[in-house]
Ligand binder design. Structure first.
Ligand code: PGA
Length: 246
């Protein structure tokens, strides 16, 4: 059915030297894992080095963001083509930190998603509600808007969706497995509205304080197909345990 997909989102952590140390330790430890798609998303500056180190391995590379234009006078930005060129197969789009600190809207993220897919990158598309939105009963409206807005006119090839409740990111508070399943089932229903039966092939990841000691329980839920891991992905032994959750 859906192959588990476990991705490390390193955010703004690790120099190139630290990236090299991690990969040198991590690769041999997960060499025999063939039942999980394993992905690392280092900062832009380390992608080229990581691409070289991961070549021929069972670990795929992802960027954490991109800009939607192909090239041009966009100081500081990085295009899909540049990301592909250094060996990435994936890019994260719409992480809540991008939405929150950089004001990225559904429409803007839709452009990024389309540009990434058109260039041949897979997209890990992130959605999720804040605590206020959950407590005021708006959670399902927000998730629906983010899915329908961000994925408008986007096909399902190499599309992965990550549900990350903002209140669970970096806080140590994890959604309970039942809360995750409830949200994931809702996301799957919206994807069915958009894509019909193809929605059943889309991996939906959970993100928000995933750790070695809670990953197995969360992964046991029928609509949880993987994890997007921040803090607990920064040490090779911790991320190894998560990847080997079964
Ligand atoms: P966390 O981050 O695992 O540190 O909560 C997850 C994410 O933001 O992708």
């Amino acid at each position: 059915m859906r192959k588990p997909f476990i991705a490390a989102n390193w955010k703004m952590y690790k120099t190139t030297g630290e990236t090299k140390d991690f990969i040198t330790n991590f690769l041999p430890a997960v060499k025999a894992v063939d039942n999980v798609d394993i992905v690392l998303a280092p900062p832009f500056i380390s992608l080229s080095l990581a691409g070289d180190l991961l070549k021929g391995s069972n670990v795929m590379l992802s960027a954490q963001d991109l800009y939607f234009e192909a090239e041009g006078a966009y100081t500081g930005e990085v295009s899909a083509k540049m990301i592909l060129d250094v060996g990435c197969k994936w890019v994260i789009v719409g992480h809540s930190e991008r939405r929150q600190y950089f004001n990225e809207s559904d429409d803007f993220l839709n452009k990024k998603t389309k540009a990434a897919k058109a260039a041949g990158l897979g997209v890990i598309f992130c959605i999720g509600e804040s605590l206020d939105e959950r407590n005021s009963g708006k959670m399902f409206d927000i998730i629906k808007r983010e899915v329908e807005g961000g994925l408008k006119d986007v096909d399902t090839d190499n599309l992965v969706v990550a549900y990350e409740p903002i209140w669970a990111i970096g806080t140590g508070v994890t959604a309970t497995p039942d809360q995750a399943q409830e949200a994931h089932a809702f996301v799957r229903d919206r994807l069915r509205d958009m894509y019909g039966a193809k929605a059943d092939d889309i991996r939906i990841l959970y993100g928000g304080s995933v750790k070695p000691d809670n990953v197995t329980e969360i992964m046991s839920k029928p609509d949880v197909d993987g994890a997007l891991v921040g803090g607990a992905s920064l040490k090779p032994d911790s991320f190894e345990k998560i990847v080997k959750f079964g």
